[in-house]
Design a binder for this molecule. Structure first.
Ligand code: NAD
Length: 429
């Protein structure tokens, strides 16, 4: 009867690559947990207070060990949680396996899944009839609002993790498409100041290095976009000795990059001299045919922005005569004039495709925001409209305070005299 004992992933409410990977995933989750003291504190309180009791929650997030700790926290707070991938290449299969097998959290995610499976997984999460949606890039809310409209009325609210998702949601709110309130977790200071800058900064470089093993020192490293993520990537590439070049469309950001000590130029000029190109703009076709035409033989192209549209891959395909994989996550495009260009991680978020995404210590704050935003949504549902809301400042400050405490860092407090001074217009005259 041995066969009867074999459970497939689907039978145990989820679709993962291989349940036999579970033990490895469990150890990874426990390792990440050690670096997530703020989330640990929230989890302890959630276990006691059960703020999410009985709430069905669907999360469409990168399925990593850090996300697993968030999912466990939400479950321990009483929520009935289901998880699906927010990107076809970002799933850690061992983490997905243990979530299903050891933590009873239905998880629909397989690294490398095709587009049809990706959306089948998003729909499987929606089948859960969520009362709260948690998104990273707004694919869950978009699918719900366009294809599963019968379930929209049951949703109390949602949260959104990343810049691109917030942009999509604000566009929906503006034209009246958004049908329930969403909290823009990305916009919390304890999220984008740290996650986008230090998290993306370090892990983007990590992904490029794991994929290529290139020595960055002395290479011309072109970064498109000097936003929160771009600043972080630039800072870390400079630290490794790269000659960093920034391209921008926003004059203020471009000026900031100049004063931070980077060369700033148009992509048309940078294309001719760059060795490595990284896009982090949230925009499309930032690297396009006119740039590929002028790139040096051997140039490496990577993206760390949310969607795989920042590099015009269809143009690259059209302009090349052949392509072949050279190493994991490195694809060589043979251009018709004999040059070779190398695309990393299929143009998807390179830090998640070729590395492990952000370190747990930074996701600690991002996911503390997610957990507290879910609690806030439930408490304040009746006051919220069909709009995009910021994380309340009190939550942001609380998370920063707890993070500092966990690091053993003490800060000063305003004296009553200083408080009076700062709050009165008549002082100083
Ligand atoms: N890889 C990750 O793990 C990760 C983490 C956080 C955010 N993101 C994603 O990274 C992207 C950037 O996020 P952010 O928080 O830095 O956003 P941001 O708005 O702070 O910065 C984006 C910058 O790109 C610039 N830009 C837009 N179009 C451009 C173009 N054609 N050429 C050059 N510059 C251009 C904008 O002016 C802006 O300064 C988003 O898609 C976001 O969702 C990825």
């Amino acid at each position: 009867m041995e066969n009867d004992a074999v459970t497939t992933a689907q039978e145990s409410a989820g679709d993962v690559k291989d349940l036999a990977l579970a033990e490895k995933g469990k150890r990874k989750i426990e390792w990440a947990n050690q670096q997530m003291p703020v989330l640990q504190l929230i989890r302890k309180r959630f276990i006691k207070e059960q703020p999410l009791a009985g709430i069905r929650l669907a999360a469409c997030l990168h399925v990593t060990s850090e996300t697993a700790n968030l999912a466990i926290t939400l479950r321990d707070g009483g929520a009935d949680v289901v998880l699906c991938a927010s990107n076809p290449l970002s799933t850690q299969d061992e983490v997905a396996a243990t979530l299903v097998k050891d933590y009873s959290i239905p998880t629909f995610a397989i690294k490398g899944e095709d587009n049809a499976t990706y959306y089948a997984h998003v729909n499987a999460a929606i089948d859960h009839r969520p009362q709260i949606t948690m998104d990273d890039g707004a694919d869950l809310v978009t699918t719900l609002l366009t294809k599963r409209t019968d379930l929209v009325a049951g949703v109390i609210g949602g949260t959104e993790e990343t810049t691109t998702g917030v942009i999509r949601l604000r566009a929906m709110a503006k034209d009246g498409t958004l049908k329930y309130p969403v909290i823009a977790v990305n916009d919390a200071q304890t999220k984008h100041f740290f996650d986008n800058r230090y998290g993306t900064g370090q892990s983007t470089i990590d992904g490029i290095l794991r994929a290529t093993n290139l020595l960055l020192a002395g290479l011309k490293f072109v970064i498109a976009g000097y936003g929160w993520c771009g600043r972080g990537v630039a800072m870390r590439a400079k630290g490794l000795g790269a000659d960093v070049i920034v391209t921008e469309i926003n004059p203020v950001r471009a000026l900031e990059a100049v004063m931070d000590g980077f060369r700033v130029m148009s992509m048309a000029d940078a294309a001719k001299i760059g060795d490595i190109f990284v896009t982090v703009t949230g925009n499309k076709n930032v690297l396009a045919a006119e740039h590929f035409e002028n790139m040096k033989d051997g140039a490496v192209l990577a993206n760390s922005g949310h969607f795989n549209v920042e590099i015009d891959i269809p143009a690259l395909e059209r302009m090349s005569s052949a392509k072949r994989p050279t190493r994991p996550f490195v694809e060589e495009f043979a251009m018709r004039d004999g040059r070779k260009l190398y695309l990393l991680g299929e143009g998807r978020l390179i830090n998640l495709a070729a590395a492990e995404g952000h370190p747990a210590s930074v996701m600690d704050m991002s996911f503390a925001n997610q957990a507290l935003a879910a609690e806030y949504l439930l408490k304040h549902a009746s006051e919220l409209k069909r709009d995009v809301y910021s994380v309340p400042e009190a939550i942001d400050r609380q998370i920063a305070k707890l993070k500092l405490e966990s690091m053993g860092v003490h800060v000063d407090k305003l004296t009553p005299e200083q408080e009076q001074y700062l709050s009165s217009w008549s002082e100083g005259t």
